[in-house]
Ligand binder design. Structure first.
Ligand SMILES: *[C@@H]1O[C@H](CO)[C@@H](O)[C@H](O)[C@H]1NC(C)=O
Length: 315
């Protein structure tokens, strides 16, 4: 990056990330036809259940946008639509405590500036936990930004952003969240792009206490999403449509006492040498922003989890 651009980015990033923190609230208040809050009450089963597979018909409820959620193919695929009035989204019926969640997504093509396509886990209530994968749209021919974040006990601000090494609007690609008590791994087509280790032992919040639901949403985030809010959505291109298919959860549905018995942490046992090599390659080429390197934002010292001994070493 040219030095000038770098400073420009830093200036803008301060505002960007403040806005970003408030985005969820904005999404809810600006959503049309009412947000289905009732769905989000916790319902616990008396025993933990391990689940494999996934289906949009049986595993999800409509969150907002009514008929803009279009489930097809016996529940194997779905499109979400954002039109001039409203976006749309779904939320899982179950609350999971740990698991691996895969989704194939094909993003809004063409001029998608201002649109946000999100795939994330979140708990509800105060001090919530959240693991985010979000795609910030762009003008035709300009790159999408894959924006990731982890909230634990209400503390977020752990953004890491990437460009993709393919055109995510041309075809479906698999995006995965792999979460267990030891670590969170985010993957694109099986390539790990981000790992957050559990460092509760040194006081870094990590999501271990609150079961989370999985969400997919498409909405208008043009106050902040594209070039820090400078490029607005062009509603003359509406409807904007994103495709989803092959949802797969290899996960545990929590018990009342918020435990998962017999869950073997899925496939998430850390990274082998090959995966480390893949991740190293992604980190060297595709990272746009990493909060752990933002010395301006953290002028008084980087967060603990950013210290070398708390980051997965790839060599
Ligand atoms: C959009 O494209 C511009 C110019 O290439 C780039 O700086 C930006 O990171 C891209 N993504 C977003 C979401 O703004």
């Amino acid at each position: 990056m040219k030095p000038f651009l770098f400073f420009y980015y830093l200036n803008k990033s301060m505002v960007f990330f403040e806005t970003y923190e408030r985005k969820q609230i904005r999404m809810i208040s600006s959503s049309c036809y009412g947000f289905n809050f009732l769905l989000l009450l916790s319902i616990f089963l008396g025993f933990s259940t391990l689940v494999f597979g996934g289906n949009f018909n049986t595993d999800f409820d409509n969150l907002f946008g009514d008929e803009r959620v279009n489930i097809k193919d016996n529940g194997n695929s779905m499109t979400l639509t954002l039109d001039e009035y409203c976006g749309s989204g779904i939320v899982s019926k179950n609350e999971y405590l740990y698991g691996r969640f895969d989704m194939d997504i094909k993003l809004v093509p063409g001029n998608s500036a201002g649109t946000v396509t999100a795939y994330y886990l979140s708990s509800v209530g105060a001090q919530h936990d959240e693991i985010d994968i979000e795609f910030l749209g762009n003008l035709t021919g300009e790159p999408y930004l894959l924006s990731t974040n982890v909230y634990a006990e209400g503390v977020g601000g752990r953004e890491m952003q990437f460009y993709l090494w393919f055109d995510p609007t041309e075809d479906y690609h698999t995006y995965s969240i792999d979460w267990n008590p030891d670590r969170i791994i985010l993957l694109v087509d099986g390539n790990p792009i981000r790992v957050m280790l559990n460092r509760q032992s040194i006081g870094v919040p990590f999501p271990t206490k609150r079961p989370m639901r999985i969400y997919s949403t498409l909405w208008n985030g043009d106050s902040w999403a594209t070039r820090w809010g400078e490029v607005k959505i062009d509603l003359s291109n509406a409807p904007f449509i994103a495709g989803f298919k092959n949802f797969n959860a290899d996960a545990c549905i929590a018990t009342e006492d918020r435990k998962c018995r017999g869950f073997n942490a899925g496939k998430n046992r850390g990274l082998d040498m090959e995966s480390k090599g893949k991740m190293k390659n992604v980190l060297s080429k595709w990272v746009v922003y990493d909060y752990c390197r933002d010395l301006r934002r953290y002028a008084h010292g980087l967060p603990y989890e950013c210290r070398k001994e708390n980051i997965l070493q790839l060599d």
